[in-house]
Design a protein around this ligand. Sequence first.
Ligand code: MN3
Length: 241
Amino acid sequence: MNRRTFVTTTGAAIAGSLITTTTQAALTPITLEQAPLAYPPEALEPHIDALTMNIHFGKHHVAYITKLTDALKSGSIPAGNVIDLITDLSKAPAEQQMAIRNNGGGHVNHSWFWKWMAPAGSGPTGPEGKLGEAIQSTFTSIEEFKKLFGEAGTKRFGSGWAWLIVKPDGKLAVTSTPNQDNPLMKGIVADTDLGTPILGLDVWEHAYYLKYQNKRPDYIAAWWNVVNWAEVAKGYEAAKA
Ligand code: MN3
């Protein structure tokens, strides 16, 4: 059985398109449970402070889960894998779509965000192996990539995210979304910006204001110190498989 046949016959019930199905296949399912942090909240100091981590993980992320749970209850939608819900919002009842988009997006984005960070010095300090090669060949250098990604974060007006994605054709791209939208959301994000996120940066003020106030570029510059490049490489390999 070739890949297309396999996708068509097994994925048809859950997902409407080849892009959706292959994208989701690379991603670990996310339920309504909040996974514990893989490091203590103070472990990202001095780049990300403990108070911010405690509020961000313990209050903001939890609020997205609570509101998503409420929205699903009122619409009698089975939660299952939240990634499935946000990938194609047109499958949800119209009156629940905005709550699922905002809070489902919030839950998924933050679940990834905690994993995309690790204490400074605990792993590779930059992209290595195939990921490193792909970043260099796509963006000319690691520094150019960081510049582009940082600009995506600083230029995002208001709240949102900067992303490194693997597009359906396997190519890397830097994108940005407002609010809690993400590159999986068909019909919300432009088709050309759809892909599998392998790194994302939260540029909501709640992610940095206590330590960096209005200086978003300083937050972004410091954040590179705590990027979990081993996890990003894992995501890249899975998305390319
Ligand atoms: Mn946040």
